[in-house]
Design a protein around this ligand. Sequence first.
Ligand SMILES: Cc1cc2nc3c(=O)[nH]c(=O)nc-3n(C[C@H](O)[C@H](O)[C@H](O)COP(=O)(O)O)c2cc1C
Length: 415
Amino acid sequence: MRILLGVSGGIAAYKAVLLLRLLREDGHAVRVIPTASALRFVGAPTFEALSGEPVTDEVFEDVAHVPHVALGQGADLVVVAPATADLLARAATGRADDLLTSTLLTARCPVVMAPAMHTEMWEHPATRANVATLRERGVTVIEPESGRLTGADTGPGRLPEPEEIARAALAAAASAGPSTPGDGPPGDLSGRTVVVSAGGTREPIDPVRFIGNRSSGRQGAALAEAARARGAAVTLVAANLDDAVCGAARAAGVVVVPVETTAELRDAVRAGASEADVVVMAAAVADFRPADVPDAKIKKVPGEGPAPLTLVENPDVLAELAHDRLRPGQLVVGFAAETGDADGSVLEHGRRKALRKGADLLAVNAVGAGRGFGAPTNAVTVLDGRGEVVTEAAGSKREVADAIWDAVTKTLPGI
Ligand SMILES: Cc1cc2nc3c(=O)[nH]c(=O)nc-3n(C[C@H](O)[C@H](O)[C@H](O)COP(=O)(O)O)c2cc1C
């Protein structure tokens, strides 16, 4: 892929160097386009040496090749990391006062921006409005992390790690990539773009241990393959799926984006969702993650017993998607893997979840005791957002997938 890496003038500009390395190691041709301010943080020779391409912020260099137009036109993906408050403002208002902003106006490929700034700048109504405008225009704006900022202060505004930005950017490119609307077999999802998450997320405890769950991802993979067979462009965000399951999905024409943690899954799903007509959250995401993950393996000290494990809550990816609707008219489908207990049956728990999450459809299935996770068959009851039964299906995971798509196509506007 031909990637343009825009870098604007924030303290996190040094992380763009690591992002550049990751993208190059992944086999992409990368040209860095810094702003003048970015070059005050990181010198052009660093970007030039690592990319093997010329680096300038100027539109008046190499004018014979008209770079202010040609670079954007020839790109498969534009990533801006870090994106300063100023860069977001200039992009949102259509300014073209340097090579990077001119390129943003001429690029017709996916554009991904990773903002980084102080919390006050990030939360200012002007920045919020600029981000909303960019998102409306189809730009994927990655949420900054909460954490240590330039000085001793902390809060939302920190640039995510380069690995996460690379993953989200490649996912955005993939959802606009080889599996494109209209190139699939004709079917009732022709021309539609779909993102399906599958598998179970893993939350690291230390570099060798994790908290996980028993989801095999086969139901999600079946949903992705069924959607592709019905004509959709499909991205499968695959949380720790077997290579064989990913390989089968790829062979069916599905773009597979592997992820490990809930945070990675959230970024990848949201990156794809900004282009999607339907998002299906079939993955079993961890509700909690360890608060602190040491760099080294936690050692057993004989006689001392285990150190207490403090957990913090993960974002509710499904509820966020249902709330945010990253594309107008988007249909959001959730899954509820339930075991009945003293507080209610599987269906009663599913009904409560349907009301709580705000998704359009919720596929409820009983798990545990050999059912659901890892089994070749499944049985689901599909509820609408009010908890009313829409349909019931049982059989192979592919048959269940098709029954869910039948329910989706009846609900999706314009089908
Ligand atoms: C030490 C330092 C750190 C800065 N960090 C940031 C930052 O993280 N995010 C931001 O939006 N602006 C930051 N700024 C302000 C920008 O550099 C300034 O708004 C500049 O005009 C941005 O230009 P650009 O968007 O063309 O790169 C910082 C400035 C300095 C001096």
